[in-house]
Design a protein around this ligand. Structure first.
Ligand code: IMP
Length: 186
């Protein structure tokens, strides 16, 4: 048995639901950004899979850039302190920017990124996420494009990792509690 089979408890969103959700997000964004200079900013590393699928489903021209933050203090709990690890390659002044993120948990990462990017005077700045855990939100983040609300459970797959693993799963699944409790105790 592979670790991945042993560690996954259940499938929360299967490949088909994710595909439909991403197609819907892409259709909305394509409709909203016709004729605009669109820049998708993927938040590394979790958003890589969503961004890859989303950008291929868009019917409007756009560019892609990446930004990276540090997130968790322990295996599954945020430290509450967000740091910029990698900045954008290009200026965003006057451009229509969508931040693309895998998940909103406490909202602290997106709040930090929005506060960091806003002073650079983009023409507009919106957020697109695949997943949101509404019960965990600690700050108000305006998410214009959201795929799915999920309960307050730790999930992996479709870009989301546990200790850098499972990003490649084509579904979003919950991780057995023992797996991350063991890691948190270390
Ligand atoms: P926030 O700042 O608490 O909203 O957390 C955002 C970041 O934490 C995301 O970009 C993910 O990298 C990570 N994260 C939050 N929840 C999960 C989860 O359930 N599984 C894997 N990573 C998560």
């Amino acid at each position: 048995m592979q670790d991945r089979d042993r560690d996954i408890e259940s499938v929360l969103l299967d490949e088909e639901r994710i595909r439909a959700g991403v197609a819907e997000l892409a259709a909305r964004i394509s409709a909203d950004y016709q004729g605009r200079d669109l820049l998708l900013v993927g938040v590394l590393k979790g958003a890589v899979v969503l961004l890859a699928d989303l950008c291929r489903a868009l019917t409007v021209p756009h560019e892609v850039d990446f930004i990276a933050t540090s997130s968790y203090g322990s295996a599954t709990e945020t430290s509450g302190v967000v740091r910029l690890l990698k900045d954008l390659d290009r200026e965003i002044a006057g451009r229509h920017v969508i931040l693309v993120e895998d998940i909103v948990d406490t909202g602290l990462t997106l709040d930090y990124l929005l506060e960091t990017l806003r002073p650079r005077r983009p023409a507009s700045l919106e957020v697109c996420v695949l997943l949101c855990k509404p019960q965990e939100l600690r700050v108000d983040v305006d998410v214009k494009y959201k795929g799915f609300d999920i309960p307050s459970v730790f999930v992996v797959g479709y870009g989301l990792d546990f200790a850098e693993r499972y990003r490649n799963l084509s579904f979003v699944g919950t991780l057995r509690r023992e797996v991350y409790e063991q890691a948190d105790a270390r």
